[in-house]
Design a protein around this ligand. Sequence first.
Ligand code: ADP
Ligand code: ASP
Ligand code: MG
Length: 439
Amino acid sequence: MKIMKFGGTSVGKPERMHQVRELITRDNEPKIVVLSALSGTTNTLVSIGESCAQGEKAGAKDIIDKLEAHYRSFVKDLLKPGPARDKANGIVSEHFEFLNIILKISFNEALNKDILAQGELLSTKLFSCYLQQEGLTHKLLPALEFMSIDSYDEPQVGSIKVRLGMLLEENKETPLFITQGYICRNAKGEIDNLKRGGSDYTASLVAAAIQASVCEIWTDIDGMHNNDPRIVDKTLPIETLSFDEAAELAYFGAKILHPASIWPAQHYNVPVKLLNTMQPDAKGTIIQEKASSRGAKAVAAKDGIIAIKIKSSRMLLAYGFLRKIFEVFEKYRTPIDMVTTSEVAVSLTIDTKAHLAEIIKELEPFGTVEVDEEQTIVSVVGHELAEEKATLTRLFDALDGIPVRMVSFGGSPHNVSLLVPAEHKKKTLQLLNKGLFGL
Ligand code: ADP
Ligand code: ASP
Ligand code: MG
């Protein structure tokens, strides 16, 4: 059995959904198809939630009405007049009725998660109507019945495996399943999600849970490129990556993959393919256990980084200092990305402001605390980078003129990370593209 995940752009227009049908019927292997919301929908749902949170009901209503009109015309273009179109219109009515009801009740975070879930619920149900019209035997698997996260927002692979296994067992003869990416239930049993871009994570978790033959991530580009194509003019697709390399790229900002989406596939050894819905025959990228070659493969950038420096002469020749500092971050469940130390100071980075004020307050007794926001981590990822002296020389030569604030090298053999002020990100990516890849 294989997993095929289609992102927002891949289902964002009626003709794209037609193309997805073609792609999922190209071979006879049984499959679970994971769908994102139609492109733009989750952003719109986010803004509906924001308007509700600010008490701007009229604004929210306006956005809801425009979104409904979009879905009405989508249905009209996707389906011929007939029972499948009638069913689809009924589904649109049901979901927009829900969105209109929330305008009337008091808003809270749990309700916001319900709003965010509407996108994937709509896309999968509408796609199912289309498959019904085309006479394709399939079954909708409700993700809310098997995808779950614990009280720390971590997916529960064990229970996902059991619940999904039972659902598949009940439908043994079904060759094709459709399910929602992104959405899940949390420890309280409420509707929740795997964070933005989370459909990739769903696909990988489902692939791990059923030991799929492959986890295919279908998107709008022909695989992982060697640099961020949104920022750098000339980039090229990479044919193969190891799980370690892909995990680092995803974590350090390559938007094509959700930051956590590689570990389930890696842990359960399911190969991942990144493929282009718009160019199905392009090679794409294969991600598997073994690295293809040594050296730098790609550069990625992670925005919204906060650098924290703790300076104290008490650190000189002291032991236990770092432990005490790290304990503060552990207490607030805030992961640290980069760390550098000198004799009298330690600098580290975090990617969330959620508990920044409390963290600073608790660090102050240890020394002088300096905070710099709006930083970017630029990561060069590859295999055994530390062994490639020529690559390292090219990397640091390329950075001429960039005010690099921190460097992390040696922590992982696959990664050299640099912290630069956000305004230097574009230039850094361009210089590395030239210096490392000659592009
Ligand atoms: P989907 O909606 O299919 O999940 P995403 O927008 O989440 O698609 O991810 C695909 C996008 O990721 C591409 O269109 C591209 O702009 C962006 N991207 C950023 N970095 C990379 C990279 N290194 N390689 C490929 N795509 C990248
Ligand atoms: N629809 C969700 C988002 O836009 C999840 C996804 O597309 O992966 O973030
Ligand atoms: Mg995505």
